[in-house]
Every structure is written in C-alpha cells, then in structure tokens.
Design a protein around this ligand. Structure first.
Ligand SMILES: *[C@@H]1O[C@H](CO)[C@@H](O)[C@H](O)[C@H]1NC(C)=O
Ligand SMILES: *[C@@H]1O[C@H](CO)[C@@H](O)[C@H](O)[C@H]1NC(C)=O
Ligand SMILES: *[C@@H]1O[C@H](CO)[C@@H](O)[C@H](O)[C@H]1NC(C)=O
Ligand SMILES: *[C@@H]1O[C@H](CO)[C@@H](O)[C@H](O)[C@H]1NC(C)=O
Ligand SMILES: *[C@@H]1O[C@H](CO)[C@@H](O)[C@H](O)[C@H]1NC(C)=O
Length: 679
C-alpha cells in the first residue's frame, strides 16, 4: 500500500512540481527526562502539508488530538486535561508532571492526500532520590554459601543507574560479582568479602550514596591444639595445659571431651589438668563451634601419662619340679605402661609385662653366674640380678634343751647357704630320717629335733645332713659327743677371796648343764679350817654358761675345783682338778690355760686376717669358712667377758690385753662362735 502511495507521489512530483509528502520530525531529543512537578514538552515540527491532524498516544492509548494551526482546543483523554497542553505546532506539553506520565509516547499526523506520519518519544519522570536502603538475602553472609545478594531500594525516587563499590573500589560484573540493576550478588562469598559496600544511586536530578558494612561469617577453621609443656610423655602427678584455637567469625567456642565426657573448659578453650593420673591417658577431642552458623570442627590429640612401676625390679630363683629345675623370676609390678622384663642371657626373645619367668632344667652350668633381668619402662631402664649357687660348705650346730621333766631334746642345725634355698635331707646310719615321735624336721628342713635324747644310748651317733638344690648338694656329718669338758682354768681375783672358773666344751657335745664342785673349807667361813674334804657341788650352771665366780674364799686356805658336765641324766667326764691356795699366785692349770691360749690367739689373728682378705676379695659376706670356725670355737677367746679375765690375770697383762683387743672388733665371728658353742 505504502509502496503504491510512494509511487503515486513520485509521479505527482514530476507532473506538478510539488512535494506531496507530509514530513514529521522531533525537534529535540526523543528521550526526555523530567523532574516531578516541572513542565516538559515533547517537541515536533512538520512540513509537506498544512493543517494536519495530530494525535498523541501514551502507549496505544490516545491522550490528545487536534488540528494543527486551526483549532487551539483539543480533545483530551480523561485525567489528562489538567496536565496536557496542545501546542500550535503539534508539540505536547506536560505541566506539573508526575511519575505516572512515565512512558512511551507516539505522535501521529494525518493529512488527507498527504499521508500519515508518526514519531516516538520516551518520557522519563524522576523524583529526587531519598531514603536509600540496602538489605541482604540471606540475612547473614556465610563463607562458602552459594550466593549473597545486596538489594538497594529508594523511597521515593527512582535511580537511573546504580553503581556498587567495595571498600571504595567500583565493582564490575564478573565471575565473582553480578550486578543486576539495583542488586549486587556475590558468588560464593568468602571471608575476604567482609568490608564496606557502597551503593551509589543516580538519576539526572540527584545522586544518593548508601554504605553497608557486611561481615562474612566463617569458621571454625581447623582447630590448632597445643599441649604445654611440650613433651611426648607426661608423668603422673604433673600438670598438663591444653589449648584449642581456630579462626572464625564470630570467634568459635571450644569444648573438650575425654572418653565421651566433657571436661571443664575455660572460655578461651583451655583446659588445666593438674596432678594427672595414668587413667587420664588417651585421646582428647576439642570441638570448635561457630555459634552463629552452627558449623563445627573437631580434632583429637593424644596425651600419654606414664607412671613408673613401684619400687625396684626383683629377681629371684626358685627350685621347681621336685627340686630339679630352676625357675628364674623377675617381677616389677605396677606402672603404666607395664615394664618389659626379660632375661636376655636365659631366653633370647622372651619378655613379660611386669612379670617374667624362665624355667631351666639343666642348670648346673649356671652355678655362680650372675643372671640379669633387664627391666625397661619408658621412664626408667634398670635391672636386677640373681646368682644361683649350689649349697656351700657349712658347719652343723648343736643345741640342747632340757624340759621340766628332764626330757632332753637335741637340735641339729644344718644351714647351707645356697640360691635357691637348699632342702636338707637327714640321715642316721645311712637311713633317711622322717618326721615321727623321735625325730622332727623343721618345715624349712634345716633343723632336726631329736626327742628324748639319751646320751648313754645310740642317740649319741653321727647324723648326716645333705643340703640339696637343683645346682648341687653338700653333705656334712654331725658327730654328737657326750657331755665333756675340752679345757678349763681358774683365775684368782686381786684380793685372793674370789676365783673365776672358765671352761670350754667341744662344739658337738650334748650338754644340759654343769655342776661346779669344790673341795676345801666352807665358803664365807670366819675361821676356815684348812682341811681337805670330799668334792661337793656348790653351784649348778645352765648349759650355756662357760664361766662362774666363786667368792667367800679365805686367802690363807687351799681349795680345789672341778667342773662336771651333764646331759639329762647322763653324767659326763669331770674336768681336771684346779687348786687355789697359799703359794700359788696362779694355779698350774691356769698357766697351762694361758699357754694354750697363746697359739690359739695367734690363730684368731690369722683367722681375722683371712676374713678381712676374703671380704675384700668378694663383696658379699659369706658364711665363715667352716674349718676356721671349728678352731675358733674351741679357743678361749669366746669367754664372755675378757675384762673380768684381765683382772684375774696378773702376769703378763699387756699381752692379754693386746690379744683381746684384737679379737674384740669382730662381732659377727664372735656371735657365730657363741651360737656354735651354745650347747
Ligand atoms: C525518609 O527519610 C526521612 C528522613 O530521613 C523520614 O523522615 C521519612 O519518613 C522517610 N520516608 C520513608 C517513606 O521512609
Ligand atoms: C563500617 O566500617 C567502616 C570501616 O570499614 C567504619 O568506619 C564504619 O563506622 C562502619 N559502619 C558501621 C555502621 O559499623
Ligand atoms: C591453668 O594453669 C595455669 C598455669 O598454672 C594458670 O595460670 C591458669 O590460671 C590455670 N587456669 C585455670 C582455669 O585453672
Ligand atoms: C577422635 O577420636 C575419636 C575416638 O576417641 C574418634 O571417634 C574420632 O573419629 C576422632 N576424630 C578425629 C577427627 O580424628
Ligand atoms: C639310756 O640308755 C641306756 C642304754 O641304752 C639305758 O640303760 C638307760 O636306761 C637309758 N636311760 C633312760 C632314761 O632311758
């Protein structure tokens, strides 16, 4: 149709020489911006025809229509009358324009025969921007969430353009930011997005700026656990300080758990463990929680609390399997963890926790060898040792005991030092002795009790004791002797009114007591008769005594003394006779006693030197060598009180003093001797 019109027009132009087209053109910009309340004109001009009819449309709705140049009045759509003014040239003026007139306007001109033309205008009415606000979705920015959006809004006033700034730097669309009109979307917000966001809203008539501080919540980050003091292992009783920290906004709260139970935690996330016990060893878990986001993160730490085993490890060796096998035992109880104990020289790889034993069948080769147990605990490495030892030589010791009804019991004591303790077997005449009414063997087997001992019968015999342990055995004979005196002497006191009798007996002599016999005037007699009479008993001494004092002597009279040993009802051989009287400062017997004493004292001296030498050679005190004991036993050095003897002995005093002082500092030997001679 238009093509046809155009063709006709071109033809008419060439025929008449006149332009036949109506031409319409905007005189100003087609995009018009106006502030609310002001007036604005959408201006047009036309040519090619006079007095065309002009019609303005808002969108498709006609709002005004008039004939240019003829009628100054116009037809207006309802509600537009007070706002619109029709201009003579076809332009349209808005008075006191409001936001409601925003829109697209089309002007159309028609002249019959000259065609119909139109033009488009865009009217933008703006208000002054006020009351800008920014709100967010979601309310809180959380690190790692998908997106976080800031919305800006205004009441009233529409912004033509919104620019966003972060910490003063303008933001652009990109992978991280998406700006859509008034909204800013942050993709996957992180803690680095915390800061000040600024929205700058502008329209042609105003600019408004709005700041919003955004804090991106994050954390807790992986907890950092610290233990102080810094060490791998704590010892019970120490204090342990635990801390748990992790970054986060808001700062995360920490809780500590041990074996499923929470433990008191300070607000800073620290835990004080004081005087720790081994039961507190284990995994401690710290949980950090972001109270705003609910995010949690936990981490474990292992605290080792050790304790030394109690005391020292104890090594021992026992006879097992009927006194045939040796069982080595190493015990070190307690502690955490348990100590590892082992006998490296006995078994190469065996080890026990706090307790270990090894049983050895053919153990003879271990005799005298130091067997070491290694005891290893993380806190202490130590060891103990035991030296298995076959029974050593020993000396049987005899005790005699008489009951009220004069029944005599003889006890033979055979103790052989051995590791493990030896078991003693008892024999008489080649027959093994068993427990019964006549013989009783102590539970530790080292003592044989012979009841109703009759020193006139076959009870007086040789008894054999055999000490046995898995490493070997040792036999000793105890040849019991009847009551007898092996040596005796008499010593006068300073004023010749008192004598001291001293005597000795063989170590295996069975004795229950002594009678002291006197021949001479009555004691304490004011006028003693120096007449010889029969020997009479003046004292009865117990089996343990080896000396007695007799007072009330008359220095001018002569006295004779004898000692009579007894075993129950059996009377032994009495001692030689000792004479005291005028002309004898010292009796012949006494001189003999001294003479006998000198070599004996020398022997004691040698023995002492021997003991000192031996004890230097090996640190462990041993049972004294039996032979020496035997000799010492019969020497007069076992006299109970050497000082009393000194008083009795005038010539040569210095020599005696020396001897006793040398035998003095040997208490162990002394006590042994006494025990050995306690018959
Ligand atoms: C806009 O802000 C002003 C003052 O800043 C206030 O008085 C007014 O009530 C606000 N208007 C709205 C619609 O919020
Ligand atoms: C926002 O942060 C800035 C510094 O970044 C500070 O100066 C300002 O006071 C903050 N505003 C609010 C409302 O917290
Ligand atoms: C933990 O122990 C430390 C050091 O002994 C002390 O300074 C601190 O006050 C203690 N804290 C608590 C909660 O007991
Ligand atoms: C921490 O230890 C507990 C057992 O005590 C275990 O269940 C948990 O998985 C551990 N946690 C971590 C993070 O290793
Ligand atoms: C002691 O033994 C002898 C000889 O066997 C005997 O004659 C005597 O009666 C016995 N004594 C006692 C008290 O049994």
């Amino acid at each position: 149709m238009r093509m046809l019109f155009g063709l006709i027009c071109v033809l008419l132009f060439f025929i008449t020489g006149h332009l036949c087209y109506l031409i319409l053109s905007p005189t100003g910009p087609v995009s018009v911006e106006a502030l609310v309340g002001t007036s604005v004109t959408l201006e047009v001009s036309h040519s090619g025809a006079s007095q065309p009819v002009v019609t303005w449309f808002m969108g498709s709705l006609p709002v005004a229509s008039w004939t240019v140049g003829i009628s100054s009045t116009s037809d207006y759509a309802a509600n537009y009358t007070n706002v619109l003014t029709a201009e003579q040239n076809g332009s349209l003026t808005f008075r006191n324009v409001s936001l409601g007139y925003n829109g697209t306007y089309t002007v159309e001109m028609i002249k019959i025969g000259k065609g119909r033309v139109s033009a488009k205008f865009y009217l933008f009415v703006y208000d002054i921007i006020k009351n800008v606000s920014v709100h967010t979705d979601p309310d809180e920015a959380i690190e790692g969430e998908r997106a976080f959006t800031l919305y800006s809004s205004t009441i009233p006033g529409e912004a033509k353009e919104v620019r966003w700034f972060f910490n003063g730097i303008q933001l652009e669309n990109g992978p991280h930011y998406f700006i859509n009109g008034k909204n800013l979307t942050i993709n996957k917000p992180s803690r680095n997005d915390t800061g000040r966001y600024t929205a700058v809203l502008t329209n042609p008539f105003s600019t408004e700026t709005r700041h919003r501080n955004i804090t991106v919540l994050y954390g807790p980050d992986r907890p950092v656990l610290k233990v102080s003091p810094t060490k791998a292992v704590f010892v019970s009783g120490e204090s342990v300080f635990l801390s748990c920290e992790g970054d986060g906004v808001p700062p995360p709260s920490a809780t500590w758990l041990f074996s499923g139970l929470s433990i008191p935690t300070s607000s800073a996330g620290t835990v004080n463990l004081t005087d720790v016990k081994t039961s507190q060893s284990g995994i401690y878990t710290c949980t950090l929680k972001n109270t705003r986001t609910g995010a949690e993160l936990e981490r474990n730490i292992t605290i080792n609390i050790y304790e030394s085993p109690s005391g020292e490890p104890l090594c021992s060796v026992h006879a097992v399997s009927g006194n045939i096998e040796l069982q080595f035992l190493c015990v070190w109880p307690g502690g955490a963890p348990k100590a590892q104990v082992s006998f490296p020289s006995l078994s190469t790889n065996g080890t026990g926790e706090g307790n270990f034993s090894v049983t050895i069948r053919d153990s003879q080769s271990l005799n005298g060898q130091k067997i070491i147990c290694n005891a290893e605990h993380p806190l202490i490495h130590t060891q103990c040792s035991v030296i298995p030892c076959a029974p050593l030589d020993f000396q049987p010791v005899i005790f005699t005991n008489m009951s009220q009804d004069e029944n005599t019991t003889v006890v033979i004591h055979c103790y052989s030092e051995a590791t493990p303790e030896a078991i003693t077997h008892w024999f008489k005449d080649g027959h093994r002795l068993e427990n019964g009414p006549k013989y009783q063997i102590s539970t530790n087997t080292v003592e044989l009790f012979i009841n109703d001992f009759n020193a006139s019968s076959a009870d007086l015999n040789t008894y054999t004791c055999t000490a046995i342990n898995p490493l070997g055995n040792r036999n000793m004979d105890a040849k019991l002797l009847g009551p007898q005196i092996s040596g005796s002497g008499v010593f006068l006191s300073n004023y010749h009114t008192e004598v001291t009798l001293k005597w000795e007996v063989p170590p295996t002599s069975v004795i229950t007591g002594f009678d002291i016999l006197l021949k001479g005037p009555a004691l304490f007699s004011p006028r003693p008769l120096n007449v010889a009479s029969e020997f009479r008993t003046i004292q009865m001494m117990p089996a343990t005594s080896r000396t007695t004092n007799i007072s009330g002597l008359d220095p001018k009279s002569t006295y004779y003394f004898r000692i009579l040993p007894k075993a129950g009802r059996t009377v032994g051989q009495q001692s030689e006779q000792h004479r005291i009287g005028p002309g004898t400062g010292l009796s012949g017997a006494a001189i003999a006693g001294i003479a006998a004493g000198i070599p004996c004292c020398i022997f004691v001296l040698l023995f002492l030197l021997g003991v000192i030498y031996c004890s230097k050679r090996d640190g462990n005190p041993r049972y004294p060598v039996s032979k020496a004991v035997e000799k010492v036993v019969v020497s007069p050095t076992s006299l109970a009180n050497p000082h009393k003897m000194l008083r009795g002995l005038k010539p040569p005093p210095e020599y005696r003093l020396q001897q006793f002082e040398q035998s003095g500092p040997l208490p162990s030997v002394h006590s042994r001797m006494r025990m050995a001679t306690t018959v």
